[in-house]
Design a protein. Structure first.
Length: 308
């Protein structure tokens, strides 16, 4: 009797763990989607690959896209940067991190492309540094007298071991394939007792109803995070969890939330769909959400760690 072959690879997070196949996505659908929605041709990033696989790390439950090497380059991100919503100068997670600081810390932001957080801290007198591979952002930083280096955190950690009091990354980790090396380098840059702040899309929030939208897939995102996979970092790295916080539903995600709930729950039932569309229920529902949105988990989960 022949054995059933199980599709698994080494986890990119816990290098001692296996990751098992959970899903497959046709590359043709991704190429078509990016072309129609953003007018970006992403075909070259897949280099003849027909399908992208989703694996889940057995020990941490972190999900990632495979094969590696299908993430976007600088040109891809420059194309997305043309949309005014892509780099928002000040967001909820920036405010959360700002509240951690006392005023005398040395801060490193990894992936500081929008420059908003750095500008805010710099004006407040903080000793802040940034890492960014988008050369357009690096040039803009120079003009604004910001300390931004065009290098990876892995490169930076070599000559900056235990230099910083706080290392943060906002909406960056989900873009990384080799997450183990990335997180290790961030921790290496931290002083003992220093804080690591990670903000990523929460794939357990309402975004799961639309699978996070097209930008939650390659070549944009390379991993899918949630509270469980983030807090499981303590089982791999010398970290402890201080606090987990969820972004309240933001105004700019309001319509996305409404459409997600509608498509997942209401549109599947013909009677509910008729009621929702024909009567005032839709207006009532929107009003209720608008009044309670601060109690609704929004797009992002934020985790604060301490290096131990």
């Amino acid at each position: 009797m022949s054995k059933i072959k199980i599709d698994c690879v080494q986890s990119t997070l816990d290098l001692k763990s296996k990751a098992f196949l959970k899903d497959k996505i046709l590359v043709d659908e991704l190429v078509l989607g990016y072309q129609k929605q953003f007018n970006i041709n992403v075909e070259k990033y897949f280099n003849g690959i027909k399908e992208v696989k989703v694996y889940e790390c057995e020990s941490t439950k972190y999900r990632f896209f495979y094969p590696f090497g299908i993430d976007g380059d600088g040109m891809f991100y420059e194309s997305l940067q043309k949309f005014d919503w892509y780099y928002m100068p000040w967001k909820w997670e920036h405010e959360m991190t700002m509240n951690l600081l006392k005023g005398n810390e040395k801060v490193l932001e990894v992936g500081c492309g929008g420059l908003g957080f750095m500008q805010h801290l710099s004006k407040a007198g903080f000793d802040v540094y940034g890492l960014e591979l988008n050369l357009e952002s690096v040039e803009k930083a120079k003009k604004n007298n910001l300390n931004v280096l065009p290098e990876t955190v892995e490169m930076h950690s070599i000559n900056n071991y235990e230099k910083y009091d706080l290392v943060c990354s906002f909406q960056v980790l989900e873009h990384i394939s080799n997450v183990n090396a990335f997180i290790t380098a961030q921790i290496d840059c931290l002083k003992k007792g220093g804080k690591l702040v990670v903000s990523v899309p929460n794939n357990d929030s309402f975004i799961k109803y639309s699978k996070g939208g097209l930008l939650n897939f390659p070549p944009h995102h390379m991993g899918l995070w949630n509270k469980k996979s983030l807090t499981n970092l303590v089982n791999i790295f010398n970290l402890q969890v201080d606090k987990v916080t969820y972004e309240p539903l933001q105004d700019y995600h309001f319509d996305w939330y409404i459409s997600s709930v509608f498509n997942n729950f209401i549109s599947k039932n013909k009677i509910f769909k008729i009621i929702f569309n024909r009567y005032t229920f839709k207006k009532i529902f929107k009003f209720f959400v608008s009044k309670t949105r601060y109690k609704i988990h929004g797009h992002t989960v934020n985790v604060i760690f301490t290096k131990i």
